[in-house]
Design a protein around this ligand. Structure first.
Ligand code: AMP
Length: 608
């Protein structure tokens, strides 16, 4: 879940009321300029600054604006709550006085989570479940990797997914639905009023239906007449379940819209990604609920792509290691090549439909070593199932040995970035590299070492969706092993290798962490070549001397700090992927939440 940008501030109390805030300030002595920060219940992502002056309390709401900046009404905009407080500590700029002394939270007072914090989490889950039909681990991965985008979607469209939302129905029809079945007080529904995007709330009370218009003011806020204003319809509804705010009753039981609850929306139905499955004749028998058109600038999220989930709905299908030749249609188009042979485009026919695939075709079947290597790669891939790792779909053995994999049609990350220097933003690369860190964390958890992590082996499904590939050098570690000791030297990507891999041939996930740092460097230099034209002995000397590659021109400082942590000389002191993923996540959320302009940087949590 995305962290509150104020969570790090020692004077932030979370969701405490005005009275509680005043109590804290009293306890702290009521000095002039004593202040604290708390969460605002009404505006999404907003705060309230509570300040003492002349033994009186002053409370200033801080709004989060649409561009992601924060401001006190009429005041200057700031990129975060910390920056805002720093500004007002130097200049009162209209406040009763400047902020002089933070009212610090005591160690036994945790930040209080607001009703919307847990609500937001439930909403996210419900939304992801309904929109993409995801659950379990796939749902968790979707939420972790795309939380900032999901929160934006939820803020604006989540009411469409709510069981109480009935879309465009007439007043008469709303009454018919409310009178249908039991008629308890507080039974309610929300409907569209007209084409202008305004809503009506219809409530049952004393066996009579009352209709209220939900007001939508110029600044985009929703409220009941004279009532509290909210950023979204669903927040207003949640609030009205607790407070009547002038209505005949508080809201109790939702009048269920059968269309919302009985018709799960097909993955990809809502958004413009190409579905991978061809529905069986007669369709899937699931009616999709009409949804509002997607704004043209909506990014395609990884979950919009069929490659996000395992195509084998029944995990037992995965046991089918071998694929029949008749199931495969092989295109002449070559996607790439390596020393084993070439990778071709193709289509795999399954009983659930057709899947676009990439097929690694072995060049010379007689070459025992290459064949064995490919079999090992297949065995490793067969055990992995994560959205950010290319899945193997099976092995096909005819005249040539063929490894059938998920298709990542936008190709290797380094090539993609070097051809799109102008159009790919730093935030986009942070998102992709965070996904890679999630895939690597999964490998680390399963005790696999990749041994060839590099930008050329990160393949893109599209500009927003990355997958780790090429498991040709990978190894599964035994339960008691901390590392793999290579007995024979091979064609090793030494510029990506950690010192212990080069010197002692010891490979562990910590070695992969070093390679992740180099891959990050490649990504943030838009497909640049690590260590340029330097020869390997010179690279080794440079590292032994404690020097490291420099920060790429467009790379945020915080990302460079993660890279340098990945290049910690001693593997015992190097962070693991759990820590690296945490640092990438924190930084990614911080820039996505603030809609930060290019080049500006934010504080990331240190990972060591
Ligand atoms: P590899 O030897 O596995 O690195 O594959 C060689 C090249 O084939 C890669 O650099 C890609 O251009 C292409 N390729 C490999 N696997 C896939 C895939 N699953 N989807 C799309 N292209 C692929």
């Amino acid at each position: 879940m995305s962290a509150d940008p104020a969570a790090e501030l020692p004077f932030f109390y979370g969701s405490v009321s005005r009275v509680e805030a005043e109590e804290q300030l009293k306890l702290a002595g009521m000095a002039d300029g004593l202040f604290l920060l708390r969460q605002c219940l009404r505006s999404l992502g907003g705060y309230v600054l509570s300040l003492v002056w002349n033994l009186e309390f002053h409370h200033y709401p801080i709004e989060k604006q649409l561009n992601g900046t924060y401001c006190i009404t009429g005041g200057k905009s700031h990129c975060g709550p910390a920056e805002l407080c720093e500004f007002y500590s130097m200049d009162p700029d209209g406040l009763a006085c400047n902020l002089r002394k933070p009212c610090l939270r005591s160690p036994d007072t945790p930040i209080r989570r607001g009703v919307f914090d847990s609500l937001r989490e439930n909403m996210l889950r419900e939304y992801v479940k309904q929109t993409w039909n995801l659950e379990g681990e796939a749902m968790e991965q979707a939420i972790i990797s795309q939380a900032p985008q999901l929160e934006r979607l939820i803020a604006t469209t989540a009411h469409e997914k709510m069981p109480w939302y009935h879309g465009k129905i007439t007043r008469k029809e709303s009454e018919r639905r409310l009178y249908c079945g039991a008629q308890p007080d507080g039974k309610f529904l929300v409907r569209d009023r007209d084409e202008t995007g305004t809503f009506a709330l219809s409530i049952m009370y004393g066996k009579t239906v009352y209709h209220y218009q939900i007001l939508h003011d110029k600044s985009g806020k929703y409220s009941m007449p004279e009532g509290t204003k909210f950023d979204t319809v669903w927040q207003l509804i949640e609030y009205l379940k607790m407070k009547s705010d002038g209505l005949v009753t508080i809201l109790r039981e939702a009048c269920l819209n059968k269309a919302t609850i009985q018709t799960p929306v097909l993955p990809s139905a809502r958004r413009p990604a190409a579905p991978r499955y061809t529905p069986p004749p007669g369709g899937l028998g699931i009616a999709t609920k009409p949804l509002s058109p997607i704004p043209a600038n909506t990014e395609v999220l990884p979950m919009d792509c069929a490659e996000f989930v395992n195509p084998y709905h029944n995990p037992n299908d995965l046991k089918k290691f071998y694929i029949q030749r008749e199931q495969l249609m092989i295109d002449e188009v070559e996607l790439g090549s390596g020393n084993f042979g070439c990778v071709k485009k193709g289509v795999l026919k399954t009983d659930k439909g057709q899947i676009d695939v990439a097929i690694k075709v072995l060049k010379n079947d007689n070459e025992k070593l290459v064949r064995e290597e490919m079999m090992r790669e297949a065995e490793i891939m067969h055990q992995l199932d994560n959205p950010y790792i290319v899945r193997m779909l099976g092995l096909c053995q005819t005249d040539a040995l063929m490894l059938v994999m998920e298709m990542a049609s936008a190709g290797p990350l380094n090539k993609f970035l070097s051809s799109k220097k102008e159009s790919v933003t730093t935030e986009n690369i942070v998102n992709l590299m965070h996904q890679v860190s999630m895939g690597m964390m999964y490998l680390e958890e399963k005790n696999f070492v990749h041994r060839d992590l590099a930008a050329r082996n990160v393949l893109l499904v599209n500009q927003q969706f990355a997958k780790i590939s090429d498991f040709g050098l990978s190894k599964a570690l035994g339960a008691d092993d901390n590392y793999y000791k290579a007995r024979t030297l091979g064609k090793w990507p030494l510029k990506w290798y950690a010192p212990e891999c080069i010197k002692f041939h010891k490979f562990s996930s910590k070695g992969d962490v070093w390679s992740f740092g180099v891959t990050m460097w490649e990504a943030f230099s838009y497909g640049g070549k690590p260590y340029k034209k330097m020869k390997i002995p010179d690279v080794i000397r440079l590292i032994e001397n404690g020097e490291r590659m420099e920060c790429p021109a467009k790379c945020p400082e915080q990302i460079y700090a993660v890279m340098k942590d990945c290049w910690t000389y001693k593997h015992e002191e190097r962070p693991d992927f759990k820590k690296v993923e945490g640092a990438m996540r924190t930084y990614y959320y911080s820039i996505s939440n603030k809609g930060q302009p290019e080049g500006q940087t934010e504080a990331a949590t240190p990972i060591k």
